[in-house]
Write a protein that binds this ligand. Structure first.
Ligand code: ATP
Ligand code: MG
Length: 342
């Protein structure tokens, strides 16, 4: 029996996740969902912690976890999000953040160009170290003499494993992105690991770009990329850029993976969007495509392809939410995807 833990979370999270779960159910794969309803901002406000150890045990016992969105303006405390998403990310050691970008229809890209041949790439972001490792501090905070330091951490093993994952995820090419000309120590480590690992895949085109050039190319030639692999902070920025070029936040899916253990957390790239929660405007495509990534990892590649094809078909026919040019609400857009699966 395959069990998927579901964390609907906050804002539009429950609305979009409901459509993703219904779409997977429609495929009839016998997947069981364990819904953790208590992990949200309201629980955090009531008991000062959103995720109990018992919740975490249920996540750990599952074959994957599908998350809607965690975060709400009523809980500005960063400990809330950290206690949920970062806890899962670190305790399950989900070191590879995989964000595929595939343009569903030309009308959705800000870079409309009839000569362009489809955008279909993925960003692999190192998810556990880099600038977001939480190492640093401030001297004399709040004074005119304040000095703040945040340290960017790169380890040989951390870099090697994410490079290996990126090389395994590619079919055409891998582009390693860093800023070794300005961030010398970490850049040097990335370059040495890259020089060694890329030799293991002579069948792939392997190249390197500095992050500023990569940002420019993502706008100018997004169709020239297959897999991009980079560190935590550059990956954060480039994947939002790529998501926008590829059709917008509402379509973007992500997986946080540990390929060795098989653990994975799947979530749309967008946040809880409290401004549109409850209005029916939330686009479920990012959540549905995240569920397709989950199906890939659970060994259901065929059904995952069907789900992607169904999404593409509905978006092409404008049977989708207003952000994609349709006039359906969240539930009707989800129902259209399910109908296209049949
Ligand atoms: P977070 O800090 O949680 O990442 P954020 O401030 O980055 O949140 P999001 O919640 O990602 O913001 O949303 C930004 C805006 O994009 C929202 O206010 C909403 O208008 C729009 N948006 C986000 N997700 C969707 C969606 N699935 N469908 C339609 N619009 C969306
Ligand atoms: Mg955001």
């Amino acid at each position: 029996m395959t069990t998927v833990a579901v964390v609907p979370g906050d804002g539009i999270g429950p609305e979009v996740v409901a459509e993703a779960v219904a779409a997977v159910d429609e495929l009839g794969l016998g997947i069981d969902f364990d819904v953790l309803d208590g992990i949200n901002a309201r629980t955090y406000r009531e008991r000062g912690a959103a995720m109990t150890d018992a919740d975490f045990d249920r996540v750990r016992a599952a074959d994957g976890v599908l998350v809607g969105a965690i975060g709400h303006p009523s809980v500005p405390d960063p400990a809330y999000g950290r206690g949920v998403l970062l806890r899962m990310r670190f305790e399950l050691d989900l070191y590879a953040n995989y964000r595929p970008v595939r343009l569903l229809h030309d009308r959705l890209s800000p870079l409309r160009d009839p000569t362009r041949r489809g955008i279909d790439c993925a960003i692999v972001r190192e998810n556990t170290e880099g600038l977001y490792a939480g190492i640093g501090g401030a001297l004399r905070p709040g004074t005119d003499a304040e000095v703040a330091v945040d340290t960017e951490v790169s380890t040989h093993s951390g870099v090697t494993r994410v490079l290996r994952f990126a090389l395994s995820a590619a079919t055409r090419s891998v582009c390693m992105v860093d800023k070794a000309n300005a961030v010398e120590s970490g850049g040097g480590l990335w370059q040495r690991c890259w020089d060694r690992e890329r030799r293991t895949r002579p069948d792939l085109e392997t190249r390197h770009l500095y992050v500023d050039v990569a940002a420019m190319r993502l706008v100018r030639d997004p169709d020239s990329f297959d897999v991009i692999v980079t560190n935590n902070s550059y990956g954060d920025i480039l994947s939002d850029l790529a998501a926008e070029v590829g059709g917008g936040l509402g379509c973007a899916a992500s997986a946080n993976l540990n390929p060795e253990t098989g653990a994975g957390l799947y979530e749309p790239v967008h946040g809880s969007a409290p401004d549109i929660a409850g209005t029916g405007l939330a686009n479920p495509v990012g959540a549905v495509l995240s569920a397709a990534l989950l199906l890939d990892r659970l060994g259901h590649a065929g059904p995952a392809r069907s789900l992607r094809a169904a999404v593409r078909e509905t978006v092409e026919a404008a049977r989708c939410t207003p952000d994609l040019g349709g006039d359906l609400d969240t539930r009707a857009a989800g129902a259209a995807i399910r109908a296209a699966c049949r």
